[in-house]
Design a binder for this molecule. Sequence first.
Ligand code: ATP
Ligand code: MG
Length: 508
Amino acid sequence: SNYLANQLSNASENNKQSVFAILPDHSEITYASLFENAEKVAAALVEAGLKSGDRVAVQVDKSITTIQLYLGCVIAGGVFLPLNTDYTPSEVEYFLVDASPAIFICDPTKEASLKAVADKANVARVLTLSADGKQGSLIEAIARHKAGFEAVPRTADDLASILYTSGTTGRSKGAMLTHKALASNAQTLAKAWHFTSNDRLIHALPIFHIHGLFVAINVTLSAGSSMYLLPKFDVEKIINLFSDSTVLMGVPTFYVRLLKSENLNQDQVQNMRLFISGSAPLLSETHAQWQDKTGHAILERYGMTETNMNTSNPYVGERRPGTVGRPLPDVEVKITHPDTGETLPVDGIGHIQVRGPNVFSGYWKMPEKTAEELSADGWFLTGDIGVLDSSGYLSIVGRSKDLIISGGYNVYPKEVELVIDDVANVVESAVIGVPHPDFGEAVVAVVITKGEITKSEMTEDAIKTATKQQLAGYKQPKKIIFLDELPRNTMGKVQKLALRERFNDLYP
Ligand code: ATP
Ligand code: MG
């Protein structure tokens, strides 16, 4: 049998006529048709040359067909490898060379340039799928097949996907995810967040990333729930769907933007039971504003490409702003000393390590990096720095690569950012380290203020006063730079690497 396919079709087994997705044109896709179409995709992929364990690289827009392509790939015994739709052909080339897929599926409008790239990478077959999911050579291939393709047997330990990390701290790495890793996390989350077949998720995230792909889709399937499938994030469309939905999964910028709409209010969200946030830190202020305006406490959780989700604020119980909650039931979390690797006591700041069935089985073609970060006894060094409190809640302090060492002292950017964010008229900030001739690195604050007061002296003075009052000298920013906005990627992650590069020559 096929481990993941079984897991994901179990919940709907006795209710196949129930709705899986409502599409932008209001048509409905039942579970029966979802899996029938996935079986046709599987047959088409096998016809195109796919063998068990082969990678299928995919750079196409979000549509129901893309979801069926994911499921079809799993059913065919393939390894699903989605790529960010923003990647340029030369970026795609890196992934195709690195992953050597048997099949590459791209948008027909980009076929000319991407076919050349695929040829260079020796990809045997290139198929196309249009943005609306209705046209292209993949669709023609699907049309030649009937449903009923028998799933290729795959065990718990076989690979289901290679998912590349977002590339926030450097070059993207391919995380090898097994059937078990995906299935176990989907089940754990569906349970932790009380998903049932009565739930309807608003799906507005991209599906080339862990959040919109495995968290959103696998959790929905595992519970036999349904979803509104939106091609992209759209404030007013989402607000209109609240009355007929129960859950929203979003990145923090979703909530920031929704809060700006005049149409968001308590009446609108009466039917909603859960708002989830992740992929980047949610400001406590956003949490408070959301609670104020809607009466709901956003549930923040923490995960990454390599591990799926690790911790979550509780469904029942206190959702603590500024924390990512407690370890999920089958996940262990420990905080370790950066130098000795020893586990730190409660309230100690150190490296976040995680272990559990959700953890990946290594970086694709990077045995040395895998050995450095994934220990033989299963602990994964996440690259995030954090602290566990006495009630087991985890707070993320930052990434180890963003840690600033100034004059020999460690500066955790988050600690400085929290002080700055509290200053009147400051919207948000990013604290970075830039090369400095005396200190090694200098602490620099990049600050976004509200509207007109950008660059006002008042704010700068207020920031200096606040940091002087609350922080030791070595933590205080040597320079405050005002920008109109922070550079972010599609998942709303602040690109500190880009900021560091931009301000690299501040102290020549
Ligand atoms: P790369 O590993 O290539 O540098 P990335 O780490 O941004 O990129 P992802 O796997 O998409 O790639 O992101 C995982 C990271 O996102 C986590 O390690 C963590 O730093 C951050 N993250 C996820 N959820 C949260 C959260 N709730 N709060 C703070 N940070 C979060
Ligand atoms: Mg990472």
